[in-house]
Design a protein around this ligand. Structure first.
Ligand SMILES: NC(=O)c1ccc[n+]([C@@H]2O[C@H](COP(=O)([O-])OP(=O)(O)OC[C@H]3O[C@@H](n4cnc5c(N)ncnc54)[C@H](O)[C@@H]3O)[C@@H](O)[C@H]2O)c1
Length: 280
């Protein structure tokens, strides 16, 4: 059994969508708890990206690129300063072949994958059903659901072979209570919860734990790009009357993927400041 001090010693973790926000916080927290961490995302800090490439991924990627909010190299450096191994890989979760190649390289270089955090997600399309863009409906499902499916499928043989592993899927309260103007986003986040349960059932015989985190409103760069009035209304809905920090999610994940949580599988853990509660 691991000690609480060095909870994830000797573990190797892969985090998707880790260039900023919750993914970056997850990567840092897992490393702080002792894990070697692989930081993956569509755009890497040191790469030369064309505007065209960012445009392919939607308005959020374009804004983040133009304002230099891509911290993959910085995150790797911070993890290495903690004395852990780390590397950044360019990985688009919608591309199964690319995911497989990256995971092969990770296993060749780091020896194994114990932890997979399916964090990559899209948060840049809020519109009511009549204005819901069909291309964004498909994009949201491709990234949020199919992306998690690709990464789970690609990591499964390694976890099965070693008879152990832990997978976290990043859902949202939009997936449990819905969201006004969030038809595609909430549908993808709901789908991730049922995917989590099915994978937990299949994984149990191989000691692969699969759980979901259900964040409420978390103060990330992406959240701050949202409509300020809407953000304020959402914050007022939380019992705490304030947004959570990326670290709140990362701390919950660190526990869930550790050997202290081996009897927890198929769960959806709300880290939401009580946004779903009947506040009035
Ligand atoms: N911030 C919140 O309030 C909140 C609430 C509930 C759930 N979440 C979920 O948490 C996760 C992180 O959210 P965040 O606020 O840090 O947002 P974010 O936009 O900063 O993070 C999403 C990350 O996913 C990456 N990404 C997008 N498409 C990708 C693709 N095809 N392949 C690989 N990576 C891709 C982005 O580049 C980005 O780094 C998301 O899944 C989001 O849905 C966030």
């Amino acid at each position: 059994m691991s000690s609480w001090n060095n909870l994830l010693a000797n573990k190797v973790a892969v985090v998707t969508g880790a260039s900023r926000g919750i993914g970056r916080a997850d990567a840092l927290a897992l490393a702080e708890a002792g894990a070697d961490v692989i930081v993956t995302d569509i755009l890497l800090e040191s790469d030369e990206h064309s505007d065209k490439e960012a445009e392919k991924y939607g308005p959020m990627a374009q804004v983040m690129q133009s304002t230099d909010v891509i911290y993959t190299d910085q995150t790797v450096a911070e993890i290495q300063q903690m004395g852990r191994r780390s590397k950044a890989y360019k990985m688009d979760v919608t591309n199964l072949e690319q995911v497989k190649v990256v995971f092969e390289q990770v296993v060749a270089e780091f020896g194994k994958i114990d932890i997979l955090i399916n964090n990559a997600g899209t948060l840049d399309h809020v519109s009511q059903i009549e204005q819901q863009r069909d291309d964004f409906w498909n994009r949201d499902f491709d990234v949020n659901v199919t992306g998690a499916y690709h990464c789970t499928k690609a990591v499964w043989p390694y976890m099965k072979e070693q008879q152990g592993g832990s997978i976290i899927n990043m859902s949202s309260v939009a997936g449990t209570i819905g969201g006004f103007g969030q038809a595609s986003y909430s549908a993808t986040k709901g789908a991730l919860l049922s995917f989590t349960k099915s994978m937990a059932l299949e994984g149990a015989r191989h000691h692969i734990n699969v759980n979901a985190i259900i964040p409420g409103i978390i103060d990330t760069e992406a959240f701050r790009l949202g409509n300020p009035d809407m953000n304020e209304r959402m914050i007022n809905r939380t019992a705490f009357k304030e947004p959570g920090k990326p670290e709140d999610i990362a701390n919950a994940i660190t526990f869930l993927v550790s050997d202290k949580a081996t009897y927890i599988t198929g769960a959806g853990l709300q880290v939401s400041g009580g946004i779903e509660l009947f506040t009035f």
